[in-house]
Design a protein around this ligand. Structure first.
Ligand code: SAH
Ligand code: SF4
Ligand code: F3S
Length: 463
């Protein structure tokens, strides 16, 4: 484990704290785009900011330091960031003391940095995914020299342990177990901006999980682009299944979830670990991306429709009642109506509890972006709507089967849509809304399901 770097950054945190004359009055604002890995990275950035004397604000006007932790998985993610960034120009004119930093996946692309340098001169600090831990040093350099700082590493370095976290309050926490991806699906930018697979050491993960438990968190979600390859490159080799067994033994943690699993690496050992570890939830997110074997091959996914369906059968047989969710891309280059119908067929055969569906988005630097036979936007959208409609019908039918059942719900808090209701989730990750006293928050209780919706269940607390 590399904690030396954390100590070095710790010294910079003290220095920044000292430079900021009234540290307690400094406010930061952070916007995070993209996946849970980015969310977890932002919790690290926030941990460092708090150490440097900054406190959080949602209000841009009162911010001294604004950070955008960006995503580039689809074009609309990038457009959103540019939209926000453009609006900061005026704010910076009004308040020249305001500092603006950009980090995350978008910054790992050279053309993005060039574009920001040309068009958004009000940005002060740019850093990437591999040197996120350097925020204190970069901020110190900027405050000390008054010059813009750009520091993006092209290759991934040694993992830095020991950076403080400032986690969202609640009962659930993210825990990143590995970084990067080696799969190079032909549509995906992630391997280019997140580097190769690197797993954290077992002890570092166990220590963090124990700490989370002592802080009162009861559910942890293990994160990685493909958690199934966890541990393969560690000196002391360890499988993801073995990691689950070890985490299952931690007192105070009641639920363990994980994402994402690549179908090509879903081992029998892992299926057994889900089945046999009481705390590992009965839910598997297993992205299929497309149904047609021809398209799957073009996507470089390394499984066929038949392989995938066999795998699903195996999982369902070994873990009856398991909830299955997926990611699907519509309109990959060369996708014909027939290919798309195979995706619908897979959806119907698997009967997912829910699906994240995306319109294919061309990403510069990926092989699929060079393909000639791009699908017109209008066709993509039409297919997308059909896919969502089918999934909604299936989700509602599955949710209907919960009506009348008594389920275990880990209560997360007060419902966002109705302040008189509490909200929580089942082990199968279904949202359950019900009325009950506030003292139930963060407890696991029994709820009687009385009604079902497409995206959630309604119930009554059984005292
Ligand atoms: N590592 C995870 C997910 C990473 S990105 C996995 O393999 O499942 C999350 C999802 O974004 C992917 O599963 C995929 O469905 C989608 N995605 C990735 N690149 C995309 C692109 N170029 N266009 C549209 N969707 C994309
Ligand atoms: Fe992207 Fe494929 Fe890696 Fe997932 S497994 S991050 S989709 S390249
Ligand atoms: Fe986006 Fe980076 Fe995650 S590209 S999806 S934030 S790994």
């Amino acid at each position: 484990m590399n904690t030396n770097e954390a100590e070095r950054q710790n010294q910079y945190m003290h220095r920044v704290y000292e430079i900021n004359s009234i540290p307690s009055a400094k406010r930061y604002h952070i916007s995070t785009f993209g996946c849970q890995l980015n969310e977890n990275d932002s919790e690290k950035l926030e941990g460092m900011l708090v150490q440097m004397g900054y406190s959080k604000t949602e209000n841009l006007e009162e911010s001294n330091f604004i950070i955008y932790n960006t995503c580039c998985v689809r074009e609309n993610a990038e457009q959103k960031v540019y939209g926000h960034l453009g609006r900061l120009k005026k704010l910076k004119e009004k308040n020249p003391e305001l500092l603006i930093a950009m980090c995350g996946c978008m910054m790992q692309q050279k053309h993005v940095i060039e574009h920001i340098k040309r068009t958004y001169r009000h940005v002060d600090i740019i850093f990437g995914t591999h040197n996120l831990h350097k925020l204190p040093e970069l901020l110190y350099t900027l405050l000390y020299n008054g010059e813009k700082v750009i520091d993006v590493w092209e290759t991934d370095g040694v993992l830095t342990e020991g950076i403080p976290f400032e986690r969202k309050k609640g009962v659930k926490a993210w825990l990143t177990v590995m970084y990067g991806c080696n799969n190079f699906c032909s549509y995906c930018i992630v391997p280019y901006v997140r580097g190769r697979e690197r797993s954290r050491e077992l002890d570092d993960i166990l220590n963090e999980a124990n700490k989370l438990s002592s802080q009162g968190f009861k559910e942890i979600t293990l994160l990685g682009q493909n958690v199934n390859s966890y541990g393969k490159e560690l000196e002391k080799k360890l499988s993801f299944a073995e990691l689950l067994y070890r985490l299952n033994g931690i007192d105070g943690i009641e639920r363990i979830r994980f994402m994402t699993s690549h179908p090509k690496d879903l081992s029998d050992e892992l299926i057994d670990a889900i089945r046999l570890s009481a705390k590992v939830c009965e839910h598997l997110h297993l992205p299929v991306q497309a149904g047609s074997t021809k398209i799957l091959k073009e996507m470089n996914r390394k499984y066929s429709k038949e392989n995938y369906l066999e795998l699903i059968d195996k999982v369902k047989n070994k873990i009856p009642g398991i909830a299955l969710t997926t990611d699907i891309i519509v309109g990959f280059p060369g996708e014909t109506e027939k290919d798309f119908e195979v995706t619908l067929d897979v959806m119907e055969k698997v009967r997912y509890d829910s699906a994240y569906t995306f319109l294919y988005s061309k990403r510069t630097g990926t092989p699929a972006a060079l393909k000639q036979d791009q699908v017109p936007e209008i066709i993509k959208k039409e297919r997308f709507n059909r896919l969502i409609q089918l999934q909604n019908t299936i989700s509602k039918e599955i949710n209907d089967t919960y009506v009348g059942q008594k389920v275990d719900v880990l209560v997360e808090g007060i419902s966002k849509t109705n302040k008189d209701m509490l909200t929580g989730r089942t082990g199968t990750n279904k949202i359950v809304n019900f009325s009950g006293p506030a003292k139930l928050i963060y407890k696991t209780i029994k709820v009687h399901i009385t009604n079902s919706q497409t995206w959630s269940l309604d119930g009554e607390f059984i005292s």
